[in-house]
Design a protein around this ligand. Structure first.
Ligand code: DGL
Length: 281
């Protein structure tokens, strides 16, 4: 069982940022990644749709790839479907991602923390409960960023110079609506990236907000949690570390070139790891 792969999915390319952390944390594991690009963006669809996609992908990864654990590398799908996934597959370790409000609290000195994410994530009951449980410890400024995940998703298809002005304009607009960033009292000194796509816009964000603002994402804690759950289930793969391309399959139901471009640009992977996904899922 420990030789089977770990399944990872997202609405598209964003979850590659989580996959990167998983590969570093678990160098002997095999991974199969499903980019549901034909249905991106999840963040602007309704919960029932995202839940139905999440269950269909999980079932396919179990039936055809015999996964031993599932990482939901998408905040929106976690908010909409993690409960159903765990109920449906009680014996499968299922790891989700959520905006990293608690880690941000530990970092912020001004106690003003910005949170960006999709409308689906930030409007979910799950996020509301998380926010509510921490609201007495800091002020959270929450901003849904419609269109941003899609702009980042589409940026893989074109040259960097063509895509970045659009992403930069969206980031400028949304962060300006949130208020002042910086490390002075009353300013937001920490920004939570509550969508796995946004991690790939981190350099642009840092340039916009300045070096005193800390950007917080979830890839590494999720990778550590995956290790803990696999160890607890005695399913950690032991053995020598493998080259990433030798232990990875990336599947997409969108444009294959888009996935190839993203995995090369962001994870330095060869095109040979990318394959078309089963279109019937
Ligand atoms: N990357 C996903 C997330 O973390 C979804 C983005 C989208 O498809 O809207 O929320």
């Amino acid at each position: 069982m420990s030789a089977f792969p770990i399944g990872v999915f997202d609405s598209g390319m964003g979850g590659l940022s989580v996959l990167q952390a998983l590969q570093t944390e678990l160098p002997a594991e095999h991974f199969v990644y499903w980019a549901d690009s034909r249905h991106a963006p999840y963040g602007e669809k309704n919960d029932a749709f995202v839940r139905q996609r999440s269950l269909a992908i999980a079932q396919h990864l179990i039936d055809h790839h015999h996964i031993k654990a599932l990482v939901v590398a998408c905040n929106t799908a976690t908010a909409a479907a993690i409960h159903e996934l765990r109920t449906q597959y009680p014996h499968l370790p299922v790891i989700g991602v959520e905006p990293a409000l608690k880690p941000a609290l530990a970092l912020s000195k001004t106690r003003r923390i910005g949170v960006i994410g999709t409308r689906g994530t930030l409007g979910s009951d799950k996020f509301y409960r998380l926010l509510n449980s921490l609201q007495d410890q800091a002020e959270f400024i929450v901003q849904p960023c419609n269109g941003l995940a899609l702009a980042i998703e589409e940026s893989t298809q074109v040259a960097i110079s063509e895509s970045s002005p659009k992403i930069k304009a969206l980031l400028q607009d949304y962060t300006a609506q949130m208020g002042e960033f910086g490390d002075a009292p009353g300013q937001m000194d920490t920004l939570v990236l509550g969508c796995t796509h946004y991690v790939f816009a981190q350099p642009t964000l840092q340039e916009l907000l300045g070096k005193h603002v800390q950007l917080v994402s979830t890839g590494e804690p999720v990778a550590r949690q995956t290790r803990r759950l696999l160890a607890a289930a005695a399913q950690l793969r032991v053995g020598p570390g493998l080259r990433p391309s030798a232990r990875l399959q990336l599947l997409t139901n969108g444009a294959l070139q888009g996935l190839q471009a993203a995995s090369t640009r962001w994870l330095q992977l060869p095109h040979t790891v990318c394959h078309p996904a089963d279109p019937s899922v």
